[in-house]
Structure formats: C-alpha cells, structure tokens
Ligand binder design. Structure first.
Ligand code: KG4
Ligand code: ZN
Length: 346
C-alpha cells in the first residue's frame, strides 16, 4: 500500500489589518507563519481605516508570501493548494489576498480554495492538537461572537450568536470611551488584571436556554457609569472599571459555553478569535473545564488567536481534502456566511 503523501497548503489572509501568509503541512503542522501587522498605522485613527488597510496589503502581500515560502524552504510548485480568506471582512482588504491567490493559482496551476475567516479561527485549534468530535467552538473576535457546534471536520452549526455587538467590538468601544488606545481589548485585559470587579454591571443572559449573546447593554452601562461619574466630578479607577466590564463578559461567555458543551455532549471545547487572547477569559474557561469528565479545552497560543494565515491554511486543507475548489471569479465577500464544507460542494 502506498503511503499517503504530505499535503502542503499556502494560506493567505488579508481580511482586516494583518497581511499574512503561511505554509501548513497536512492541515496541522506549521512550516512557516508570517504576519505583517498594520496596527501602528491605524492606532492614531482609533480604529481600522479601510483605505489605509488596502494600501498596506498591496504593499506587503508579495513580500509576505515570498517570506512564507522562503521560511518553509518550498517553491510554489511544491504546493498542493492555495487557501485564501474569501470573507467576511473589509472588501478592499479581502480583494488583495483573493487576487494574489488567484494570480498564483492561475500562473502555477495550483488548486485554489476560498476559506471563511471564522472557519479559519476555529481551525487554529487544529494547529495545537488533533480535533475530536463532536466539538464546540466559542468564537470571539472583533466581528463575531458565536457558539459553533461541529459534528465532524468542516461541519459548522451556529447554535448561538450575538444579537448586537461582538465581544471584541464591545471591548474596543469601551476602551475608546475610557480613552485607551486601539485596539482596546489587550489594554482592558492588562488593566483588568490589576483591578477589582467592584462596579455593578449587567449580564445579558437573554431568554432561558438561549445561546445567543448581547453586549450592547453592557457597553452602554459602562458609558453611563463613566458619564455619571464625570458629572459628579468623581473618578472611577480605570482598572476597576476594566475588571468589572471584563468579568461581565467572561461570566456570560463561560456560562453559555459550559451549558452548551453539556447539552451537546461534546468531547472538545475550542476557543477561537482575537478575544481568545484575553487572559481573564482563558483562565475562566480553564477553571470551568478542569473537572474529571469535562470536555477537553483547547486554547491556541496568543499568536494563533489573532488574525494569521496558518489558521486559513489549516481550514483550507480540510476544504481541499473534501474537494472544495475556488474558481477564478472568486471575489472578496464582506458578508460571507459560515457554511459547512459539505454544503459548499453541492
Ligand atoms: O480575530 P481578530 O484578530 O480580528 C477579527 O477577526 O475581528 O480579533 C480582533 C479583536 C479586537 O476587537 C481586539 O480588541 C480583540 O480581538 N482582542 C482582545 C484581546 N486581544 C485582542 N480582546 C480582549 N482581550 C485581549 N487580550
Ligand atoms: Zn479574525
């Protein structure tokens, strides 16, 4: 019997403010992982400026792809597929990655695979250890807050999502109100670590049994608290406000994830997305799933929680193995919906 050949996939990610390329072997081994962050350029505007993001992607994309191949010591002809983030994200930013992927795919006759950004975030977990199903992914990023049930590879069933702000969005907006620099999530995380959860803030549990989330009420409560204090000439210690806000977010995320994990009888709980870098959330989930009989909790290292291309290559490998191929009319799709890979091949 002939041995199964290794599969090398180049991942490309340009959906927001990181230009990234990576080579991954067999969907789980990172051979190279290059990320050019634009955070410094957007900081002075307090958020990502789409036009600036696109311009940086154009400048960086070729260099980043070359560097990823160089570090992997591979040529384009060694690749089995090129996986690229097709959406969701900023359309002008997505287009840079998609066009680079299409050009390389066409010129070198390498199969092209479009990847949903959130499927990528979830698959960052496979770069840590083999996935076991059924699994439940808690996706917490700047644009998404979702609980995703996976019965097998490439199968995504969204059982809960945010009704308003995403967790990362709430972090960034609260941070901005507190006068902290962009991106606010890591800033609040740092402050929270030295503060006390002493300011009463709401937790949106929503209706009984719901796995949906809502963070806009909490965000407004923080803004009102700051506003009322400034009217009374009072000063709220920022570290205490950060700690109280963070605890509200963590309580809801942890409780709903735990309840869903039990109800669906999952073997693994996967943490995904930029907010997965949050130290408080990581610690709370580790505590929650630390008992005998609990599902195994996988938490990617910080570098794989925020946007990167290794996660896109990892998800792209599974899609490639399931026969999914992108065509040369692929476009950036800002509102792309997360869909199981089986539905994409129909
Ligand atoms: O996944 P990501 O890199 O980009 C999107 O796909 O949206 O997530 C970015 C989000 C930002 O809102 C950022 O503030 C948040 O992740 N974030 C954090 C932390 N690190 C990044 N939020 C809380 N605590 C952190 N340590
Ligand atoms: Zn992301």
């Amino acid at each position: 019997m002939s041995e199964k050949q290794d599969i090398y996939v180049l991942g490309i990610e340009t959906s927001c403010d990181e230009t990234a390329a990576s080579v991954v072997k067999n969907g789980k081994d990172i051979i190279s992982n290059v990320v050019a962050s634009q955070i410094e350029s957007h900081k002075r505007f307090g958020g990502v400026v789409p036009e600036i993001a696109s311009r940086h992607h154009v400048e960086q994309i070729t260099l980043v792809i070359e560097e990823a191949l160089l570090q992997a010591e591979l040529g384009l002809d060694d690749l089995d597929a090129i996986a690229v983030t097709e959406g969701p994200g900023l359309v002008g930013a997505l287009l840079i990655g998609v066009n680079a992927a299409k050009a390389l795919s066409f010129a070198h006759q390498i199969p092209l695979v479009g990847v949903h950004h959130i499927a990528g975030h979830i698959y960052a977990n496979r770069l840590i250890g083999e996935l076991q199903f059924p699994a439940l992914a808690l996706v917490v990023s700047g644009g998404h807050t979702e609980l995703v049930y996976m019965k097998e590879h490439g199968s995504f069933d969204v059982i809960g999502e945010t009704l308003d702000d995403a967790a990362g969005e709430a972090y960034d907006k609260v941070a901005r109100t507190m006068g902290l620099p962009y991106p606010g999530g890591p800033q609040i995380d740092k402050l929270a670590a030295v503060g006390t959860d002493s300011i009463p803030l709401p937790r949106a549990w929503l209706e009984e049994g719901s796995y949906n989330f809502s963070f806009s009420g909490l965000k407004s409560a923080v803004i009102n608290t700051l506003h009322n204090a400034s009217q009374k000439n009072e000063v709220i210690p920022p570290e205490d406000l950060a700690a109280s806000f963070q605890q509200s977010v963590i309580d809801v995320l942890t409780a709903k994830t735990s309840k869903a994990a039990k109800e669906y009888g999952v073997k693994q709980v996967l943490l995904a997305g930029g907010v997965a870098a949050n130290k408080g959330l990581r610690a709370a989930l580790q505590q929650e799933f630390s008992h005998a009989g609990d599902p195994e909790l996988i938490i990617p290292p910080l570098s794989l929680c925020t946007d990167n291309a290794a996660m896109i290559a990892a998800a792209g490998t599974v899609a490639f193995e399931k026969g999914i191929r992108g065509s040369y009319d692929m476009n950036g799709q800002p509102g792309l919906e997360l869909m199981s890979f089986d539905r994409l091949t129909l």
